[in-house]
Write a protein that binds this ligand. Structure first.
Ligand SMILES: [Zn+2]
Length: 724
């Protein structure tokens, strides 16, 4: 290993010395764009069978894991890069000084085979290098284990401030010596749940040195826990930064990306903040898929990565298996096409994860489908990667995730996810904003900003919202937004009092709350009460005008005794305050929902009526959008703009999962069936100033009527190209 590192370092130094000569002697040719800036699809290939440990007795394991065959199959499928499995917690799939190879490989070296073949084929080969569960290293170095608050080492979990960082650097040096184009590091994680880490002696000492006091003994949710959260985030960040700097020092051209988990449903326990931990390496890589994140999570994850990526590319991993990564099944082509094109429409580039059989062999069915899939992407290449057009910015508060969500972050995520679900079902183009990346410029991109249940808001966030609204912005706030203090404690006064134009009287202690509107308010098609399951707040207007009523639910004697099932809502009782407050501030408007139509929309009592309330609020505040799309709720729309050619693109993604049967466990919570059949649906798009409209597929019926386009679409993806 060491000779390799020093040789690379020497070459780097020599290259640096030669730069002045090169500049004088000849003009520099334009730098070729690195692989991650020009690729749409790639494959990650690794064996299945070592994720729960592995025994040398299993000599059949990975015996046919063949780097040359993998590189060829990748290239033949039309994938533009290969993420080659180089190291997991048990084995190295190359000749390493630090970690053994599976005995079944005998003298073979799959990473060498893949890199050599990749070079012949013009295929960048990126090393997949697992970080998070280094079973082999922890057996050799038990002192690198993470430790729980009681001082007990946690089996299989590593401390990121231990000697492990140096070990990973040495592994990276070895892999760089093979000529890999970069690394996918998977991943820095401090646990997806309890036991939480790390209270090891190294961490304790460092914490005390930085803070002048000992670590808290657990989740105390006080000043000490504030320091502890910051310390944990810093542990993850330091590891990522240090490793990135090391790779760049050895080979400045090698790319680095880390598997990113700063998005819902993940929270502080993983050790990643939405913004902070998206900043390391060359780009963010995240995971998605209906199997673990819901069908709606596919697009949401991609847009979240965009929001935290500050203009850099972002990569999303999806899988070929029907259930998840490690099963040896292959999803129907239509199902994979829907997911892949959803991610591309949302501006990401995509790695398809393929797990080989236990023996390391490739499945020909999978590669036949990949080839068909990637060919379709290639034909549509020019339609991806343009500037998003978003009407509504969905605001995500990392602070609320941590200090209101605490150890039940889903309570916070639900409103954000329901706001997203509303935007998708109602075809309101949307994007994501986060508290770490908020700025006047980021807010101004959105005609409407929706702040769902962001209980905790800082003074600077309130100032940014105020400036946005004064300048003509439209702000919608829901649920408990602004009702909590910096540590999540209830506060007497709303942080948004001036913007809301109303005084906080009290949050209701019920979630089965109701709202009622007159038809004249143009928020509903009914004047009957609507269940808005979720947090609600009683406000007293000061400068705002009010619309409709917030109704508390009936309560029985059994409720008082705690014997009524809290999951079952009861019917509406008396009015306790306004349902909506409308407040003019400067040139803009703030619309406050006293209840939580977003939380309700993501919950079990998800009526179209409650969802349409939010959509109607957007339309009330912003009556003349750049594009209006009418389509079934099963269709997602993504709008992009190419101002240079005056081209608006509307991607339409039709979801079409067949009904599912009763599951064997956790009834009635089902995984959707994979999509088999192409849907057929009608859609109408209106673009003021439209000149012409064309569809990509000749099976799509397009009829233009002035500014309006009437469509009949067949397929999971269509892109309508609108010239204006
Ligand atoms: Zn530690």
């Amino acid at each position: 290993m060491k000779p390799v590192a020093s040789l690379s370092a020497l070459l780097t130094t020599l290259a640096a010395l030669m730069i002045p000569w090169a500049c004088v002697a000849q003009p520099k040719p334009p730098a070729e764009r690195p692989w991650f800036q020009k690729s749409l699809v790639g494959l990650e290939v690794g064996p299945t069978g070592a994720q729960f440990g592995s025994s040398p007795k299993d000599t059949g394991y990975a015996a046919a894991f063949d780097g040359k065959a993998i590189a060829r199959a990748t290239k033949d499928s039309g994938a533009e890069y290969l993420v080659m499995w180089a190291r997991d917690g048990e084995w190295a799939y190359y000749k390493s000084k630090f970690q053994p190879r599976p005995p079944g490989l005998a003298d073979r070296d799959p990473l060498r085979e893949a890199v050599d073949e990749g070079r012949k084929l013009g295929l960048p080969v990126i090393a997949y290098c697992q970080i998070q569960y280094p079973q082999h290293d922890l057996r050799e170095h038990p002192d690198w284990r993470a430790v729980d608050p009681a001082g007990k080492p946690i089996d299989g979990r590593v401390c990121y401030r231990s000697g492990y960082l140096d070990r990973v650097k040495k592994l990276a040096d070895e892999q760089l010596g093979y000529g890999v184009a970069g690394f996918h590091f998977d991943m820095i994680d401090q646990g997806f749940g309890p036991p939480h880490s790390c209270w090891c002696p190294t961490c304790r000492k460092q914490f005390e040195a930085e803070n002048g006091r000992p670590m808290p003994k657990g989740m105390t949710w006080d000043d000490d826990w504030e320091r502890m959260l910051a310390f944990r985030y810093a542990s993850s960040a330091a590891f990522e930064k240090d490793l990135t700097a090391h790779v760049r020092k050895v080979n400045p051209k090698a790319t680095v990306d880390f598997n990113y988990h700063g998005t819902p449903p993940f929270s502080w326990e993983v050790g990643q903040r939405p913004g902070q931990h998206a900043a390391h390496g060359d780009f963010v890589t995240g995971e998605t898929g209906a199997w673990g994140f819901s069908a709606l999570g596919v697009g949401l994850n991609a847009e979240f990565y965009r929001a935290v990526s500050a203009g850099r590319p972002y990569q999303i991993a999806m899988q070929r298996g029907v259930r998840m990564y490690h099963d040896q099944t292959t999803r129907p082509l239509t199902d994979m096409r829907w997911e892949l094109l959803t991610l591309l429409a949302h501006g990401g580039f995509v790695t398809m994860v393929d797990k080989t059989g236990f023996d390391g062999r490739l499945d020909p069915t999978a590669y036949e489908r990949f080839a068909a899939l990637f060919r379709g992407v290639e034909q549509k290449r020019e339609h991806f990667g343009h500037t998003p057009v978003a009407e509504v910015g969905l605001y995500f508060s990392g602070r609320t995730r941590d200090w209101y969500g605490r150890d039940k972050p889903a309570d916070y995520f639900q409103a954000f996810q329901g706001a997203h679900k509303t935007a998708v079902y109602e075809h309101i183009p949307w994007g994501v904003l986060t508290d770490e990346t908020i700025s006047p410029e980021s807010l101004k991109k959105f005609p409407v900003v929706l702040v769902p249940n962001a209980a905790i808001l800082s003074e600077s966030e309130v100032a940014a919202f105020t400036k946005y609204v004064e300048g003509g912005g439209k702000l919608i706030v829901t649920g408990l937004t602004g009702t909590r203090g910096w540590r999540g404690e209830p506060q007497a006064k709303s942080s948004l009092e001036k913007l809301i134009g109303g005084r906080l009287v009290k949050p209701l202690d019920s979630t089965d709350n109701w709202v009622k509107f007159p038809l004249s308010a143009k928020l509903t098609a009914t004047d009957r009460p609507i269940l808005a399951r979720g947090p609600a707040v009683v406000y007293e207007p000061t400068t705002a005008t009010t619309v409709g009523e917030l109704l508390r639910p009936h309560r029985t004697a059994l409720h008082a005794e705690g014997r009524y099932n809290a999951d079952w809502p009861l019917s509406p009782d008396a009015a306790v305050g306004p349902a909506v407050l409308l407040n003019k501030v400067g040139d803009g408007t703030v619309l406050t929902f006293a209840a939580s139509p977003d939380w309700a929309t993501a919950g079990d009592h998800h009526t179209p009526e409650v969802r349409k309330l939010l959509a109607a609020a957007v339309r009330l505040l912003h009556p003349n959008p750049r594009v209006t799309i009418i389509a079934p709720a099963t269709v997602q729309a993504v709008v992009t703009d190419d101002p240079a050619t005056r081209t608006l693109r509307v991607h339409l993604l039709g979801y079409n999962a067949p009904p599912q049967t009763t599951p064997a466990k956790d009834r009635p919570f089902v995984l959707p069936m994979p999509i088999e059949d192409e849907p057929i649906f009608r859609a109408t798009i209106t673009v003021p100033g439209l000149k012409s409209a064309t569809a990509f597929h000749n099976t799509t019926g397009v009829k233009q009527d002035g500014d309006r386009i009437n469509l009949v679409v067949e397929g999971v993806h269509e892109v309508i190209v609108c010239r204006y």
